[in-house]
Ligand binder design. Sequence first.
Ligand code: GAF
Length: 390
Amino acid sequence: MLAQTVASAFQRHFGYAAPLLVRAPGRVNLIGEHTDYNNGFVLPAAVDKAIYYAVGLSSTAEIRLVAHDLNDCFTIALDQVHRTDTPWANYLLGVVAQLQKRGLTLTGFDCVFGGDIPIGAGMSSSAAVECGLAFALNRLLSADIDKMELAHIAQKAEHEYALVQCGLMDQFASLFGKPEHVVRLDCRSLEYAYFPFDTQACRIVLCNSGVKHSLASSEYNTRRKECERGVSVLRQYYPEVQSLRDATLDHLAAHRDELGPVVYRRCAYVVQENQRVEAACRHLAAHDLGAFGQEMYASHAGLRDDYEVSCEELDVLVEAARQVPGVYGARMMGGGFGGCTINLVAPDQVENFIREVGATYEQRYGRPLETYQTTIVGGVEALEAAVAQP
Ligand code: GAF
């Protein structure tokens, strides 16, 4: 068990049993991509792949970090926290810096983390790393910060230490997940609603394109800027348009020339994707998975053609899925430029699905396709106290 592995590593490194063990899940997103930072809607769920933390406060003025899976350690003085050239440590230090900024008095602490969220697969391993530590320190220091605030702390850590101007979806999903439910978040009001999603009746299968996405590869931040540019054009004519959430296709069409072709397409995608999330939620409430799946295919087409964040491998995987009986819908998931597709598949067709899509992928790229069947679990939580094993 991964939690136990991390707990044992903690005991080995630091010579005492970790007082706190935490599980922080990765996420899937059924629909609503690149809408979060446009104040729109998303529909994620926390899944059964997670980062595990063993954490303990120490009497030193040092932060001692161990990345178990990378076999790497990092130590820094509590009053010297800054962005470093050790990328994995930045996710943790970013969280510490945010807590310090909020006036929390930290003590030194020791921590080991590791897990099974595939890196670069678009399943938000970085958000899980951030949220897990924020949750653990909040608990150990009895700081009483609520979950939404923890999500914002983790998001800010990503902005300032990983330099990705992400939205709130991933951190929210990791903290607010609920077993067998997806959650629709209104990224402006921060209101959210859970929808039952029975993964026994409809399986969520992820296909890993094997292309490592790098959010920081600036394209993500560029998309965000393009959306902001769109808003600043529209706002001159429609003061009520504070974000793309408020824009319509008619607004965009009326100012197409001024927006220019690229910004126009980016904005049109976001406006339509928000409409798709709303429609998808109606289909989900009506138990109409067929109609839900059609929204997913349309989402993928928009991400590929208008938002231009897909890649050939993802497109091949979605097209291959479409040919398989019992597949309700498929699309690329997360920031894009690689990572996974998410597929909704009838349970009795899963084996066939994996065989068929796997064959197409292997034939084309000469390597086996990695797939994950995920179940939907609860958000970040403390586990039973670590049982130290020397
Ligand atoms: C990444 C970001 F971190 C999220 O905030 C979100 O924008 C997503 O890409 C795209 O929907 O996962």
